[in-house]
Write a protein that binds this ligand. Structure first.
Ligand code: ADP
Ligand code: VHF
Length: 370
């Protein structure tokens, strides 16, 4: 059965969620661990995989800085701790990724941001743009305003929402447990590990218990809720033990984990998602390019005749045929200004025309719904 599990190196876009207990230890931030994680992230980026990090830890970090007593915090204390901890958390990621030449961005969201259409579209566009610029976004809940989220602790679900929002094909929850067991393994010695879950049955859902660790919020319950969101959106989800020094390498090398398989084909889900986007502009292509698209090829600048509209990298554009008929929607790898300069030219001339190197395709096949 384990043969069915996807591989992280096969991901196109990967979201990794980091639980508080991994990042923050008794003496504060686990700096060596964070460095190892970021080494892994940089390796994956180097392989052309987009990476988004959803990181918990602001409250755990902030409460140490503020010397707050052990045990449950009041809502106000938790919000104050989050405000203090988040600034350090974001800085720590920035410092660990900068030596690899990887840029970072901080995104703070609440669950309401995905419920409100305009805010959802804005956050999606920002994420897309950051990813198309090669940035690794560091996402957390906006704990200082999201009271419910603090009470329920929702970074597992937030991560799943982010994964679906940005069209990720894999979501990895790094936790203090190496996957889903038939019962909580910390309290039930008979609990059995489940390597691959291909359907979220009521029996599976009933296995999700609360956390035991004092720093964590959601336990297995919110991870199963996250799985529901992710797999329905065509995104495979894994739960892995993350405390080893290079946690992503460990998963790649076969460390035990649980995979939840997507209900829909991730490529198909992504294509549907692209097809539903409102185009920011259009590209009229010639007959040769239209034929190539039908044969499953990417769109090269040489086959484009006219560029219309004003769009940025990673934004949706409509592709029309020689007589103006709609052929596809795709995410462009060049801005409208760049596209206007390179269309009609062979891809080998892109660097010479723009003054910097770029991708051969104007729209890659994977980013196109025909
Ligand atoms: N069926 C289960 N399988 C595995 N872990 C479970 C299960 N039910 C409850 N748990 C608990 O969930 C914990 C993981 O969730 P949590 O502590 O919230 O992690 P994180 O901080 O990574 O979000 C485990 O350490 C375990 O105590
Ligand atoms: N947003 C909160 C964490 C909430 C949460 O989900 O925590 P965890 O169960 O450790 O992933 C914080 O940064 O402290």
């Amino acid at each position: 059965m384990a043969a069915l599990a996807p591989s992280l190196t096969g991901a196109r876009r990967l979201v990794v969620k980091i639980g508080s207990a991994l990042l923050v230890g008794p003496t504060g931030l686990n700096a060596d661990w964070l460095r190892g994680l970021c080494d892994d992230v940089a390796d994956l980026r180097g392989q052309g995989i987009d990476v988004v990090l959803v990181s918990s830890g602001s409250i755990a970090l902030g409460r140490r800085v503020l010397d707050l007593p052990a045990g449950a915090l009041s809502l106000e204390q938790a919000q104050a701790a989050a405000a203090v901890g988040q600034i350090r958390l974001a800085r720590a990621y920035e410092e660990a990724l900068a030596p690899h030449g990887v840029k970072t961005a901080q995104i703070l969201l609440t669950l309401e941001d995905s419920a409100d259409r305009r805010r959802y579209l804005n956050s999606r566009a920002t994420l897309q743009t950051l990813l198309s610029l090669g940035v690794v976004p560091i996402v957390n809940e906006n704990d200082t305003v999201a009271t419910d989220e603090i009470r329920f602790g929702d970074n597992d679900r937030l991560a799943a929402q982010i994964a679906v929002t940005c069209g990720a094909d894999q979501l990895l929850l790094l936790s203090d447990v190496d996957g889903l067991y038939t019962a909580n393994p910390k309290t039930d010695p008979t609990a059995r590990h489940l390597p691959v879950i291909d359907q979220l049955t009521p029996e599976i859902e009933a296995m999700g218990g609360d956390p035991v660790s004092g720093l964590s919020k959601g336990g297995m319950k919110t991870k199963l809720m996250a799985a529901r969101t992710a797999i329905a959106g065509g995104c495979a989800m894994a739960i892995a033990e993350g405390s080893v020094l290079r946690p992503l390498s460990a998963v790649i090398d076969g460390a035990r984990c649980s995979w939840f398989l997507p209900e829909n084909d991730p490529q198909l889900a992504r294509k549907r998602w692209i097809a539903a986007m409102k185009p920011k502009g259009s590209l009229q292509i010639d007959q040769g390019a239209a034929d190539a698209l039908r044969r499953g090829k990417s769109l090269l600048p040489a086959g484009v005749r006219v560029v219309q509209g004003d769009f940025g990298r990673g934004e949706p554009v409509q592709i029309t045929g020689p007589s103006g008929e709609t052929l596809a929607t795709g995410l462009t790898r060049y801005t409208s200004d760049e596209a206007r300069q390179i269309v009609g030219h062979h891809s080998a001339r892109i660097a010479e025309i723009l003054g910097y190197p770029g991708r051969a395709a104007l729209i890659h096949r994977d980013d196109m719904a025909v």
